[in-house]
Design a protein around this ligand. Structure first.
Ligand SMILES: [Fe+2]
Ligand SMILES: [Fe+2]
Length: 295
């Protein structure tokens, strides 16, 4: 059986078949694994696009015919293979399979949202990671807010570059939390982020740079607190949590770069109004994190 191990739906189905095959072993090949040995002449992209079964005689069956070949080899499932032999049934199954392939990307996203994270997450850090997910969501929307308003080419280039980094951060922290553990307040975080970007963009480039410097100063400290908590864990847990630590440290380094770039672009020291706005942005970020740790 040649299946896509990167797909949460396929993994579940294969786990089912694996449990059935004690009496008559089948070989399972995860085609998404680049080091997996493929049948001679097979194309990985084609194998990933559809379900394939390689029969003992070397012939290949795909789609509905692949399932029929599989069922014929499974004790207790042969009646399904016989049913599929009724004229027209395999064609109908193939039609249903093609409809499924169209729906598969959306179904994969839903199934993926309930998958456990691939990294070890200490229970005490889940709230912090929820606040990171909320924070990175807000960060993405800050730059969308800037881009919705700003006309200055320098600010737009700055916002576009940072937006790409924040989208990558959001992708990374989203993968750390199954859907039920994510913040329930993503709509308010998006709105708050958008306004935090759009309002200073109305005032001009310096206000944008000062806002980003204030946000990132807070975010740097927030990531540092999490790294300190990880470093304080017992040594036995240190190795298991090392990949998570590396991921958070990587995000923190990017945020520090954003902060330093924004500070350098802002130039001279901010006036009273900008200082008050920056203080409000920092306090707002702290309040949002406190809420997102819980909800
Ligand atoms: Fe970020
Ligand atoms: Fe950032």
């Amino acid at each position: 059986m040649l299946y896509d191990g990167a797909c949460p739906l396929c993994r579940r189905e294969i786990a089912l078949y694996r449990g059935l095959t004690a009496a008559r072993p089948l070989a399972f090949v995860d085609v998404s694994n680049p080091s997996a040995a493929l049948p001679p002449g097979a194309d990985r992209a084609r194998l990933l696009a559809r379900f394939h079964v390689l029969r003992a005689d070397g012939s290949m069956a795909d789609g509905a015919r692949g399932f029929v070949a599989l069922w014929a080899a499974l004790p207790g499932w042969r009646w399904l293979a016989r049913l599929a032999a009724v004229p027209g049934v395999t064609s109908l199954m193939e039609l249903a399979y093609r409809v499924f392939l169209h729906l598969r990307p959306a179904m994969q996203r839903v199934a993926g949202a309930f998958e456990p994270p691939s990294l070890h997450i200490p229970a005490g850090l889940r709230g912090e990671l929820r606040s990171d997910h909320a924070g990175e969501t807000g960060a993405v929307w800050i730059y969308r807010g800037v881009l919705a308003v700003a006309r200055d080419a320098g600010v737009r280039g700055f916002a576009r570059r940072h937006l790409a980094t924040e989208l990558e951060h959001l992708r990374l922290v989203t993968a750390l939390l199954p859907w039920p553990q994510r913040s329930r307040l993503l709509v308010p975080w998006r709105l708050a982020g958008f306004l935090t970007g759009a309002l200073p963009a109305l005032a001009g480039p310096r206000a944008v740079y000062e806002t980003i410097a204030a946000v990132e100063t807070f975010v740097d400290r927030h990531y540092q607190q999490q790294l300190d908590r990880i470093d304080a864990l017992p040594a036995t847990e240190g190795a298991a949590v090392a990949p998570l630590r590396a991921l958070l440290a990587r995000c923190q380094a990017d945020e520090c770069e954003h902060r330093d770039e924004a500070t350098a672009l802002s130039g001279r020291a901010p006036g009273l109004f900008l200082r008050a706005w920056s203080a409000a942005v920092g306090a707002g970020s702290a309040a949002a994190v406190a809420v997102a740790r819980r909800v």
